[in-house]
Design a protein around this ligand. Structure first.
Ligand SMILES: [Ca+2]
Length: 152
């Protein structure tokens, strides 16, 4: 009798006891009982200091692969430090493009010599972890307005 109880207890522990996912679990297992959302990608943060001249400007930002926009973010700059977040980004290497709507026109126009808006480019590699791109404010603007839009 004692032996049977021990066996039943062991098998319950091994097979019947639901487990709780740890934070960040991809939740692909089916034996647990939690309701965590399945994890579909990583968070990429675009940050940098010295963006005070753009406080109050609206921005748009994208992560771009060879076929198009993978992630998009928009908002209004404040506080001098840029802090733009992309969610659910799959593993990969991306071009990062962002602009501040300096002239307040609501769209991106940037080319020599007028630079109505200021546009930057950088790159990021995302591999099984959240990633951060740090690009402090500078005057190395590029004309990438055509690449900056919501996913189509
Ligand atoms: Ca503009």
């Amino acid at each position: 009798m004692k032996r049977t109880f021990a066996l039943v207890s062991l098998s319950f522990l091994a097979f019947g006891c639901p487990t709780k996912d740890e934070t960040g679990d991809t939740d692909t297992d089916t034996t647990d009982t939690d309701t965590d959302d399945p994890m579909t990608g990583w968070t990429v943060t675009l940050t940098g200091t010295g963006y005070d001249p753009h406080d109050g400007n609206d921005y748009e930002a994208v992560l771009h692969d060879t076929s198009g926009v993978v992630a998009y973010a928009s908002g209004t700059q404040s506080g001098g430090t840029m802090n733009i977040t992309f969610s659910d980004v799959p593993d990969g290497t991306y071009d990062v493009y962002w602009y501040f709507d300096l002239d307040g026109s609501g769209d991106c126009v940037a080319n020599e010599p007028s630079w109505d808006d200021h546009v930057w480019a950088d790159t990021v590699t995302v591999g099984m972890a959240d990633a951060t791109v740090t690009h402090n404010h500078d005057a190395n603007w590029v004309d990438h307005c055509a690449d900056i839009h919501a996913p189509m």
